[in-house]
Design a protein around this ligand. Sequence first.
Ligand SMILES: [Zn+2]
Length: 181
Amino acid sequence: MNLFRRPFFTFALSAFLAAPFAASAQSPAAHVHGQVRLDIVIDGPTIVIAMESPLDNFVGFERAPRTDAEKKTAEDAIAQLRAGAQLFKIDPAANCKLGPVTLRSSALGLGKNEEGAGEGHADLDGSFAFNCTNTAAAKFIDIDLFNAFKGPRQIEAQIAAPQGQFKRTLKRPATRLAWNK
Ligand SMILES: [Zn+2]
């Protein structure tokens, strides 16, 4: 696909990227090894964390696993991500419980149509929904991705909270994503 050679698409993409706070999940530029993008939406009683990441960050390769060792690596990574409450520890003041977790990675046979991966690359994207009794009290999320996985070095986060919209960058080894301070 030569989407980038088409002037209209380039224009549309530029406009899209220039729009404040709008470079969300669909940006093809999102696939940067070592970088994880999180879109966090706090709305009513729920906190939803949408994650977009190169598959490399979690398993060290970007294709279907070939060896038993690679299969085990993939299975372990999937299990860790499914246990999302260990990776995303929301401010206890909000009193949240993990709800549905959805993972997408066609290379690993999970769902389909993950976005952001270019040719020769693959993503592992996910959505982690939490149900909370006091979302308004949430002021931070402790993110354990740097401890759980070797690949991620930087997290780019956007937070849409009742208090406003925030952008935050976390660099290894920092873990606390805080806003509303
Ligand atoms: Zn890649």
